[in-house]
Design a protein around this ligand. Structure first.
Ligand code: GLN
Length: 495
């Protein structure tokens, strides 16, 4: 059985564990050996096999004692943006080199309480800033230098970002599931590029406590796994109020997001925004998404043409607001309390400056400068305030659209994964790739990417966006599609 362990998915593995057909230690060992075999992908940045096996043994003991926890013994890897007490946390940055958190992020703790076994930490773009997982400043395991993460569907291509390590871990069968975070698309876009399923819940459903902050009004945690069914299991464990630790976590109680899996899609109105099919969308991506929409019609859904007229504006709006928030959030990295401190400096101000010069990568510095600029006197009204107003209008556009439809669908990204280095350090080329994920982020809406076919040899994801708190509806729509198709079961050759 162990040959297939990495293809069983979370639900299948959890069941096999409960039925004692496989032990948590076997499941952990199987994935650990795959991680070692495929470390060239650069997906993992921290691994502690003894820790994983100790947790797996504890899970086996709980299973023997009759544990009914939904994820008991299931190995899960975490994006290295979640702080963990037992493993280092770098957020992909040199500035956090050597940092060890005294506590676990709420999401990490909740998954552990549901029985999950930690497989290690996954590479991501520095402070989650990126669309390709090329902005990494810390070494992956097996390397003595920083490396970009490689897409298992074609190792000359990027996996997407910033949760690229998470998407690759799932796509390559190194982990049954992984956590990710999405500020402007970092769960949905890499899920699309790697052919896995990922969901970002409504802003505020998952606690941000212990998630290294990038843009606090946008950051959300979510699961990445093979199927919607698996994502529902994980998301149910991850969400829930955390009032003492995250003031923006919503009072909405935890939910069983699997509850509507299997509901009929008869009469479901799927809104298709014309702006998501314009110029710049690769013909192969459009074809795959069109075919997926046709499949939805076969399942009983109805296609409704809608408009999200400010889609293009979401790029400047996001890159102003996210940078503004980042410039403030990242001011805490000054060499005093966390991680790296410059060795040589003249005085206190110079210590801050040298530490930040050495510790931050180019993209992070760029965002801090843009953010500081748009918040400065004289520019605040012209940029920051204006962007806030347009953000509200983007959210209002969605509410108008949801008067006509139940869900919105379109491509998760305009293209498939591009080649490593193809954007040649041009940040704007990366920013433009976020055009279809940013609107839902700015509005705080839940969104997911579901494998929907291929353009050439590379996976394409269909994005589904729901209204606030419509996660169960989204997951059901994705599940119904996955019951009728096998895109999510395809695996890259050699994995
Ligand atoms: N690509 C976007 C950025 O670079 C989104 C990143 C994210 O969602 N964390 O900011």
């Amino acid at each position: 059985m162990s040959g297939e362990l990495h293809q069983m998915g979370v639900a299948g593995l959890a069941k096999a564990l409960r039925e004692r057909k496989v032990s948590a230690v076997e499941a952990a060992q199987h994935h650990l050996s795959r991680i070692r075999d495929h470390q060239d992908l650069g997906a993992f940045v921290a691994l502690d096999e003894q820790l994983t096996l100790t947790q797996a043994r504890a899970a086996d003991a709980r299973i023997a004692a009759g544990s009914a926890s939904p994820l008991e013994g299931v190995p899960i890897a975490h994006k290295d943006i979640f702080v963990t007490a037992d493993l280092p946390t770098t957020a992909g940055s040199r500035i956090l080199a050597g940092y060890r958190s005294p506590f676990d992020a709420t999401v990490v703790r909740k998954l552990a309480e549901a029985g999950a076994v930690t497989l290690g930490k996954l590479s991501c773009d520095e402070f989650a800033m990126g669309s390709a997982n090329e902005n990494v400043a810390v070494p992956a395991i097996g390397f003595d230098h920083a490396v970009p993460v490689r897409n298992p569907w074609n190792t000359d291509r990027i996996p997407g970002g910033s949760s690229g390590g998470s998407a690759v871990a799932v796509a390559a069968g190194l982990a049954p599931a992984a956590t990710g975070t999405d500020t402007g698309g970092s769960i949905r876009q890499p899920a699309s590029f790697c052919g896995v399923t990922g969901i970002k819940p409504t802003y505020g459903r998952a606690s941000r406590y212990g998630m290294v902050a990038f843009a606090s009004s946008l950051d959300q945690a979510g699961p990445m796994a093979r199927s919607a069914e698996d994502c529902a299991l994980l998301l149910s464990a991850m969400c829930g109020p955390d009032p003492e630790r995250d003031s923006t976590s919503l009072a909405r109680p935890a939910e069983d997001f699997s509850r509507s899996l299997g509901d009929s899609l008869d009469g479901l109105r799927i809104g298709v925004p014309k702006e998501f099919f314009g110029e710049g969308v690769a013909p192969g991506v459009r074809a795959a998404v069109d075919a997926a929409l046709a499949q939805y019609e076969k399942l009983g859904a109805r296609r409704v043409e809608i408009t999200l007229p400010r889609t293009e504006l979401s790029i400047p709006v996001y890159y102003i607001l996210a940078a503004a928030e980042a410039s403030s959030n990242l001011s805490r990295f000054d060499g005093v309390k966390f991680g790296h401190r410059a060795k040589a400096y003249r005085d206190l101000a110079d210590m801050y400056a040298q530490t930040r010069e050495e510790g931050f990568g180019d993209e992070v510095k760029r965002r801090i400068m843009i953010g500081t600029y748009v918040l400065s006197h004289g520019y605040y009204d012209a940029y920051y305030l204006q962007a806030q107003k347009v953000r509200r209008m983007i959210a209002d556009d969605f509410q108008q659209a949801f008067a006509q439809c139940d869900l919105i669908a379109g491509p998760a990204a305009p293209t498939v994964a591009w080649k490593l280095g193809e954007h040649g350090g041009d940040p704007v080329a990366d920013y433009l790739a976020d055009i279809f994920t940013l609107p839902a982020s700015l509005a705080g809406l839940p969104g997911m990417s579901v494998p929907a076919g291929f353009d050439g040899a590379m996976p394409v994801g269909i994005q589904l966006i729901g209204n606030y708190f419509a996660e169960a509806k989204l997951l059901n729509a994705a599940h119904a599609f996955q019951q009728a198709t096998d895109w999510h079961l395809r695996t890259p050759a050699g994995f």
